[in-house]
Design a protein around this ligand. Structure first.
Ligand SMILES: NC(=O)c1ccc[n+]([C@@H]2O[C@H](COP(=O)([O-])OP(=O)(O)OC[C@H]3O[C@@H](n4cnc5c(N)ncnc54)[C@H](OP(=O)(O)O)[C@@H]3O)[C@@H](O)[C@H]2O)c1
Length: 247
């Protein structure tokens, strides 16, 4: 059976993406929290499988995913990497553990999953498109974001290099969202002052997962058949705006 694999499908943007993609494709949902994965699955149409797996286990992804796909007789035509870890942290507080966890979840796991999905043994020549959920910080900078921001820049570097290496068989692009209210950011946006300032600095306001979903669906589909190696910023104008404002 041919499927689209969505990581981060237990929450936020990944859940909304899965629900929408399930109207057109069979799905594999990945996350760690089985209960929340089941609750996404309940909202999905078409055939939906759950691959519960902690993506920080980078060393074992290749073996475990290969066996899981073979065991279920599933092939993967598209892969959306939406899983993400974001801990705001000034450089003085950064330690090796958080760097490793963040890069494993956000970047290294995606690289190992793609290795599996282009291997003849695990997935033959079935993989056609990949979309990475990056962030608009990938191309910018912000205080306390050195770990997360550099991981997303790394993810986009991986995207660009693989887009060349895997052409013409596989297209691979990144979507770079700006601030949306999800589990990841709800505590930040609970602060009314921060929320107000964010709205003030965003020409189209704070985003929602629904603002990102159609762009990802387009890049996954054959309609984007001549697009590869691109970063598509979907951030309500947050990073284009250099207007000087006095409050
Ligand atoms: N929210 C924003 O403002 C914003 C802005 C730009 C980019 N993004 C990006 O958008 C993506 C989705 O974020 P979101 O806002 O929807 O956040 P979210 O609601 O916190 O979802 C994060 C997802 O990542 C999964 N995940 C985290 N660590 C994992 C691990 N070790 N193994 C497997 N899965 C793991 C979580 O699954 P479990 O909980 O089941 O482990 C969850 O499904 C992320 O890549 C994020 O960086 C978000």
């Amino acid at each position: 059976m041919e499927c689209v694999l969505v990581t981060g499908a237990s929450s936020g943007l990944g859940r909304e993406l899965a629900i929408s993609l399930s109207k057109s494709y069979n799905l594999i949902l990945n996350g760690r929290d089985t209960e929340r994965l089941e609750s996404t699955k309940e909202k999905c149409l078409n055939k939906t499988f759950i691959w519960q797996y902690d993506l920080t286990k980078v060393d074992t992804i290749e073996k475990d995913l290969t066996e899981w796909l073979k065991g279920k007789d599933i092939t993967v035509k598209s892969f959306v990497h939406c899983a993400g870890l974001m801990k705001m942290m000034p450089i003085r507080s950064v330690d090796a553990k958080i760097i490793y966890e963040t890069f494993s979840t956000n970047v290294f796991s995606a690289q190992m999953i793609i290795k599996v999905l282009v291997s003849r043994k695990a997935n033959a020549k079935n993989l056609k498109s990949v979309v990475f959920i990056s962030s608009n910080i990938s191309e910018r900078g912000a205080s306390a974001f050195s770990v997360y921001g550099s991981s997303k820049a790394g993810l986009d570097g991986l995207m660009r290099n693989l887009s060349v290496e895997l052409a013409p068989d596989v297209r691979i692009n990144s979507v770079l969202p700006g601030g949306m209210i999800t589990e990841m950011t709800k505590e930040i946006f609970n602060d009314e002052k921060i929320k107000e300032e964010f709205e003030y600095n965003s020409p189209l306001g704070i985003g929602k997962p629904e603002d990102i979903v159609p762009v990802v669906e387009f890049l996954v589909s054959d309609k984007a058949g001549w697009i590869t190696g691109q970063q598509i910023i979907v951030d309500g104008g947050r990073t284009i705006d250099i207007t000087e404002r006095s409050k």
